[in-house]
Design a binder for this molecule. Sequence first.
Ligand SMILES: Nc1ncnc2c1ncn2[C@@H]1O[C@H](COP(=O)(O)OP(=O)(O)OP(=O)(O)O)[C@@H](O)[C@H]1O
Ligand SMILES: [Mg+2]
Length: 216
Amino acid sequence: MTLRISNLGKHYGEVPVFENVTLEVQPGEFVAIVGESGVGKSTLLNCMAGLDSWDQGTVTHDGTDIGALDGEACALWRRKHVGFVFQAFHVLPHLDVAQNVSLPLMLLGQKKDDGRVAHMLDAVGLPGMGARLPQTLSGGQLQRVAIARALVHRPALLLADEPTGNLDPTTAAKVMELLIGQTREHGASLVLVTHSESAAARADRLLHLTAAGIRA
Ligand SMILES: Nc1ncnc2c1ncn2[C@@H]1O[C@H](COP(=O)(O)OP(=O)(O)OP(=O)(O)O)[C@@H](O)[C@H]1O
Ligand SMILES: [Mg+2]
């Protein structure tokens, strides 16, 4: 399932965020995006997920024109195909860790799969922490809950916004292995926004986002 971004442009009023953004991400491919703070990396990732709107250009995934979907169709597409690690985690405070991680499965109407959730928690280095509430976790632990949640339904499109920003180098490397593993083994397309040189160095392609566009 190929992600195609074609000539994408977005502005707030008169102020452009980015213009002329064109890129393709193949199944099994890992693309890293870097750029200055405020240049629009999170906004671009949100557009890729259909979570934000744009003013020019198109986003297609496996031939589906994401901009042409209405809100409900877009939400269904996202549930099925997208795993999103938000810069601000967005872990739900009233659900425990295991419930947060199993949310994508529940939304897809799949039956409860405690084994898979426990496996994901092990994989992100949070074994046995399923019953904890988010308020009892550290920032890096919350980030790892968000990563487990993004991967649990094995999405074809993985969008990760600074997923290692709050992690020590060892845990960060482990998390990168997980994201890359999903990409290589299950043929997901991974787009990673990062300021981390070591994370970016793992990518197949490194792209720089500027106000004028995106370039290698
Ligand atoms: N609702 C809004 N109205 C006006 N400007 C906005 C709005 N939301 C975001 N922006 C601006 O859009 C630009 C892009 O923001 P974005 O969060 O995508 O940057 P970023 O590259 O992810 O930065 P960082 O590296 O700090 O996370 C910023 O300059 C921001 O101030
Ligand atoms: Mg950002």
